[in-house]
Structures are given as structure tokens and as C-alpha cells.
Design a protein. Sequence first.
Length: 349
Amino acid sequence: MKKSIPILLAILLFNSFAFAQNCSLFEKGYQIPSIYMSYSPAITSTKAWYKMKPDKQAIAINDYNKTVLSGLEPAHSTSEINMYIKDVERVNGFEKVTAAMMASGVEYTFNSFCIDNITYSYRTIGPVYYVVNGDTVGAGFNGAQIIPNDLKVGDYLAPYEDFSTLIIATSNYTDKQTVLDGYRKVETIEKDAFHLNTSNYQIEYGDWKVTKYEEVFKEVDVKVMQNTSLNSHTIHYVNAVVDTVLDVHLDGKPYKAYVIESELWIQAAFETTFEADNAKWERIHENAINRMQNKVEKNLVKSKFLNEDGYYVTYLDEWFIPGYGVVKIITYGSDGFISNIVKWTNLTE
């Protein structure tokens, strides 16, 4: 698992940093060392935090974030990422930039394209298939980040989406289903009772011979194939807007960094489906699973862990330098605390 972390961080960085105004200032061989720092405020795991009034929580969040941004709060964990520009192609106003990184002896590449002064950056092009032991167990699609190269304060950026589904468990088994097998005749004597005399259609009192028919049930085998998949949907750049401009230095040279504020919406849920040779068994079990999942989601929305649309929301500040792209990302959790910072190490503020 540890080997996959740099790859995931690189994908995050590449999708954000790569490609900028004019169209880019990258040249082949340019090195992009970065550092990823995660933070975990201890106060949120205490009983005092949950008893604290909202105004007091807001003060605590603000104080913690100030400590993080000042560099006085130690990171919970850090990771270094070293990417480089593998190739740059410029032909008749069209530009393609290929960035890359090495992880566990494998080179991973990421592309961006600039057409009509608009940059399209891709973590992957086309669908991505997940293969385990030669079997395809899932697929996903990552949307393209689209950034016009003439940003200014107040501009809104277009959202883009990721979709994926991954089968994490498959099982075949035999279950039992109770079914109606017919009816049986049962004769009983009811004493001292009122009853309808069918010969004269009068209600009479006395002892009566009563015939009833009872349902007879039996159990049958049901062959079942059960699949459990993890489905995810991510929306980037929700309400993304250029908020302000900062003076920064990159490689010792001065630049303007445009701060893009946005929301990241994430929805991930397990889905269990059944294929059975008994339609009633299949319907009953799928309805039960759906009721349970709906109950869980309602509770998460009620607790404000998810928003009303069922998404977990985090907030981002991205520092965008024309010609280079996003060189710093600050992520805030749904509670407002800074959760991680990723930045180019050759960036100074």
C-alpha cells in the first residue's frame, strides 16, 4: 500500500498543476519536486470538541489553521514527490506537455493539451480498467480539467467529474426460499359457537363441523451470485472562483499567483447486487439492502457528515501561476480544519 501513495499524490498534483496560461513555460527536462503534508488536529477526537459551542469551534479552527500556515504546527505525515517534464510538443499553436514520475521502477505519464488558448489537463485519457489476475474487475473515467489561460479575479471555472466502479467481492452460494406448495384440507369441530347454516342460510348456535384449507409451504434451494462493488463519483471545481492574487517567487523569480477557491464533492458507496434463479428471493434481498443503505445515508446527512445531496465536501485553495499551473494546494476538511498542503518545494511566498 505504501508504494501506491506517491502515485496517488502525483496524480493529484498533475491534475492541478500542469498547465497554464500562454500556454506554458515548461521545457523538456524541467524538474518539479513537491512535498505533501497532512494534518490531523487532536482536538477533534476529544469530548470537549463536541460539547463546544459553534462560535468557540470557529475560533479553535481559525487558530489551528493559522498555526499550520505559519509553519509552527508539525505535519502528521509528509511525502516527497519528484515529477519532471518528459516532453513538450509545440506545432502551429497546438501544445502538448507530457509530465512523468517514477514509482517502484515504473514510469507514469500524464498529458495536457492547449488549443485556442485553453488548456485541457488529463490524469488519464479514456476509460481506465482495473485488472486483477488477468480479470477486469472495474473501470473508471477521469474528467479533464479545463482552464482558460487569461484568468482574472472573479472568473468562475468549469467543474469536471470522475466516475469509477470496482468489484471488490464476488461469491456464489445456495440459499433457501420458502414457497407455497399447495393447500391441505383440515376438518375441526367448533363447540358452542354461532355459525351460518348453509342449508337455510340462518345464523345458528351449537356444535359445528368446520372444514378449512391451510397453506402448505416448503423450502427450495436458490442459487445465488452476489457481487459487491465500490462506486464513486467525484465532482471537482464546484463553485470554483478566482478569489485573489498574491505575489510569490518560483525558482527565485517573481510571479503572480491567482488563488482559486473551490469545493470538492465526493460520493462513495458500496453496492450489493444479486443474481438468483428465484425472482422473489432476489427482489426481497435487494430491497432489504437498499433500505439499509438509504437509512445509513440519511443518518450521515442528518449528522452533517454528508451534504443534502449525499456528498462529502472538502474545500480547496489552489495557487495558480500563469505559465506553470497550480503550484500549491491547501485542502480544508468539511469541518474547516486544514487537512493537507501540497506545494512545489521551489515556491517561496
